[in-house]
Design a protein around this ligand. Structure first.
Ligand code: ATP
Ligand code: MG
Length: 774
């Protein structure tokens, strides 16, 4: 069968081909962005199938998103020509976890029809437990504990294993008890949370070596994409599946003494039932053919340490560094040819990421170079509104073909933001322009939980008959107006055919409600009365702020200790800010309903808007990177909390952003952002200083703003056009490290010696996690 190279292999370079054809034994592909890692995985699956090495059901492939899994399935179908009989186990860690858990639910004390709780369910449940303990749930917020549990589960820790300090830190030292009570409660409810989708299978495999053995027999080939972002629990899960124990291999000679040392905080389960984990045999003993378990572990992981961007969610980049130790005899393959981007884009990204320490270090080159390739272009804008307007103009220019005589599809363009609140300005602008867009990997701005809540308040003030809005916020924040009260109100309103708010006003005059509920409801009605009165007298943005403050809604998130809370508060501020462009609250509400009416369908030609975190693995002809300002990117919180490692993760995020671009990369920074209703001047991101002159150019001012105000945009056009004038002590690629002096910054057009006002921005990243393939 060596006679002819199959089509799917012929396009690969020698290293890629080696990674595809080395089907037996452990393989690690460690390579930079756009070098074809994902393509290698896909082709490898096709190759395994085409050469009859395994049935689809004997392949386990893990992708980072559901979307990536779908795309991979499609591509495999295309590569092997026609439909594949059966399908590989192809999906995210979570989706594969569910599949395994459904089959063996009873082994962890669940029934196979268990429910998967979403974040809200989890928080409600934890709150009940906190109250049941007689604890004050204001002092010990359920959300905070939910976040702690999530962190523990990412580390693979059962209640017995959590660090003493953690256990002490919550609920007067009852952290461990609460965690255990939570797990019990889940069991009673026949439910599990997201973390359990991995932890239950791990427990189950440890306690049932025979089941694990079945999976060892089943999965002949294991493949993992984006390996640099696996967390400890995922890593434990993988290792269990990938490392055949002596028993499972029927090989008496393998040394049990060489079991893997527990690492990453992993300890054997409390039950002590872990099967011994032995290293796989060396690579020499391959060729067992179809009979018996494979003598080596056929695991192939691909990743890039420079793209590890989920440290804040427990990802351990060390996993990639440990691969060779965990899988002795592993073949490590490096890919150096980039097939995605132009030389300018690669050059810019490479120079930037070189500022990180502790990298494995990789070479990247491309021959996708054409004479008229654009450099990476850095644009300055006065504020975020101008930024959105200018990006919109650039998109339309590309669409019309003004730039290079070619009309460009919107599908090839993406706006990648650091924090989700940045999306709002772009969404609004595109609606005005009639430009199709889609938000990828999360809700659109106006669909976010906190925005919907806030909007429900505004709607009810403007439109007291809006029962849906009433029901949404009557008990948000919690006021002791639970389901019973709402049902009573509902019935009362129905019977008289009046809106619920009116029904509430009548009911508080009766004694149909319990005194506590009656009092709470009375307060709510008073507030709405007052707000409605102010509708004509108070400026609407002021009123909006008053509504959110007086209702207790802002405080609800201020008291919330979860990782998402600061981002939600940012979004609320952005919401109020966005109302400034309208005459009245009603006008604004109308605008939003129009925005929300635009379809988001998969097939239409549309610009993608997403966070940098959700852009991982994707590619676009043109990428827009707005908001490169200190405090936003790098994000202030990452700087405050993470020290150098926080900054380095931000820099990796910037690297991910730039390397999504195939041909064009436009970076923006603004001189002013309006925060808390006050203009604050901002500093260009330090990452801009870290871009190499040779691959970057600064755009001429292209908007109507002639003057940028006193010192707001540098002293002269020359400075702007040549931002690198003073910042290099040696020219070209090898830029000497130097302090980022004010002089350096000046070249990017900011005022010198100006104090930076620190601004807390919202965290980005995928929030809602969904599972597919169940
Ligand atoms: P990332 O690190 O961003 O996930 P990656 O290493 O997974 O990148 P891919 O997405 O697999 O890279 O490949 C990048 C682009 O290069 C894709 O468009 C892919 O089709 C193309 N490509 C990869 N290998 C080849 C090849 N041998 N010939 C032509 N195109 C290739
Ligand atoms: Mg990839």
């Amino acid at each position: 069968d060596q006679a002819r190279t199959p089509d799917y292999l012929s396009g690969l370079n020698p290293e890629q081909r080696e990674a595809v054809e080395t089907t037996e034994g452990p393989v690690l592909v460690l390579a930079g962005a756009g070098t074809g890692k994902t393509r290698v995985l896909t082709t490898r699956i096709a190759h395994i199938l085409a050469t009859g090495r395994a049935f689809p059901s004997q392949i386990l492939a893990v992708t980072f998103t559901n979307k990536a899994a779908r795309e991979m399935k499609e591509r495999i179908g295309m590569l092997v020509g026609g439909a594949v009989e059966g399908m590989p186990w192809l999906g995210t860690f979570h989706s594969i976890g569910v599949k395994i858990l459904r089959r063996h639910a009873e082994l962890v004390g669940l029934r196979s029809d268990f429910t998967i709780l979403d974040t809200d369910d989890v928080i409600r449940l934890i709150k009940q437990l906190i109250q049941a303990e007689g604890l004050d749930d204001k002092r010990w917020p359920a959300r905070q504990f939910a976040a702690m549990i999530d962190t523990w589960k990412n580390k693979g820790l059962d209640p017995a294993q959590i660090p003493e300090g953690d256990a002490r830190a919550f609920a007067n030292g009852k952290g461990r008890e609460l965690y255990a009570a939570y797990q019990n409660r889940l069991k009673t409810l026949n439910a599990c949370d997201f973390g359990d989708l991995l932890l239950h299978p791990i427990r189950m495999f440890r306690a049932n070596p025979d089941v694990l053995r079945d999976y060892h027999q089943r999965f002949k080939y294991i493949l993992v994409d984006e390996y640099q972002d696996t967390n400890t629990a995922q890593y434990m899960w993988l290792r269990l599946l990938a490392q055949r124990s002596a028993a499972s291999r029927n090989s008496p000679s393998s040394g049990l003494s060489a079991t893997f040392s527990p690492s990453n905080g992993e300890k054997d389960g409390a039950a002590g039932a872990s099967p011994p984990l032995a290293p796989p045999a060396g690579r020499g003993s391959r060729g067992a053919g179809g009979e018996g378990p494979a003598p080596t572990v056929n695991i192939c992981c691909v990743g890039d340490d420079d793209q590890s961007i989920y440290g804040w969610r427990g990802a351990e980049v060390d996993n990639i560094l440990r691969f060779e130790k965990d899988f002795p005899g592993a073949k490590v393959i490096k890919l150096e040819r980039n097939y995605r981007s132009t030389e300018h884009i690669l050059g810019a990204a490479g120079h930037l990421i070189a500022h990180n320490e502790g990298r494995l270090g990789k070479t990247l080159f491309t021959d996708r170079t054409e004479p008229d390739d654009e450099k990476v272009i850095v644009h300055a804008a006065w504020d975020s509104e101008e930024e959105a307007r200018a990006v919109g103009e650039e998109i339309e220019r590309l669409q019309r073909g003004d730039a290079d005589g070619k009309k460009h599809a919107l599908n090839g363009m993406a706006i990648l933001v650091r924090a989700s609140f940045q999306m709002r300005e772009f969404e609004d602008r595109f609606v005005t322009l009639g430009l199709n867009y889609r938000v990828v990997g999360g809700p659109r701005f106006y669909e976010r939980l906190e925005i919907r809540d806030a909007m429900a308040y505004f709607r009810l003030v403007c439109q007291p008959a809006d029962d849906l809005a009433f029901e949404r916020i009557v008990n948000t924040p919690k006021r002791g107006l639970g389901d019973t009260t709402v049902r009573a109100l509902h019935d009362y309103a129905r019977a008289r055919d009046i809106p619920m708010l009116a029904a509430a006003a009548e009911m508080v005059e009766t004694d149909e409600l319990k005194p506590k509920a009656r009092k709470a409801l009375f307060d709510v009605i008073q507030y709405f009365r007052r707000w409605s009165e102010r509708l004509e007298t108070t400026p609407h943005t002021e009123l909006a702020e008053q509504i959110l403050d007086e209702s207790g809604y802002t405080d609800m998130w201020k008291n919330d200790k979860s990782a998402e809370a600061p981002g939600r508060l940012e979004n609320l501020k952005e919401l109020v800010r966005s109302m400034e462009a309208f005459e009245s609250m009603r006008g604004f509400l109308e605008h939003v309903s129009l925005v929300m009416d635009t379809e988001q369908n998969e097939d239409m030609d549309a610009v993608s808007i997403m966070t940098l975190h959700s852009a991982k693995g994707l590619e676009f002809d043109t990428v827009f990177l707005p908001g490169w300002e200190e405090g936003l990117f790098p994000h202030q919180r990452a700087l405050d909390e993470g020290g150098r490692s926080g900054l380095e993760e931000e820099r990796r995020l910037a690297y991910v952003g730039i390397t999504r671009a195939k041909r064009r990369c436009h970076i923006w920074f603004v001189s002013n952002r309006r925060i808390h209703g006050l203009w604050q001047s901002t500093m260009p991101s330090r990452f801009l200083d870290e871009l190499p002159q040779s691959h970057v150019e600064v755009a001429e001012a292209e908007t109507s703003y002639g003057g940028y105000g006193r010192g707001g945009y540098g002293q002269s056009r020359f400075d702007r056009a040549d931002p690198f004038a003073n910042s290099y002590s040696t020219p070209g690629w090898k830029r000497a490290q130097q302090n980022k002096s004010d002089a350096t910054r000046d070249n990017w057009g900011t005022r010198s010696g100006h104090a930076v006002e620190r601004i807390g921005y919202g965290e980005s990243g995928p929030r809602g996690r969904t599972i597919e393939g169940e």
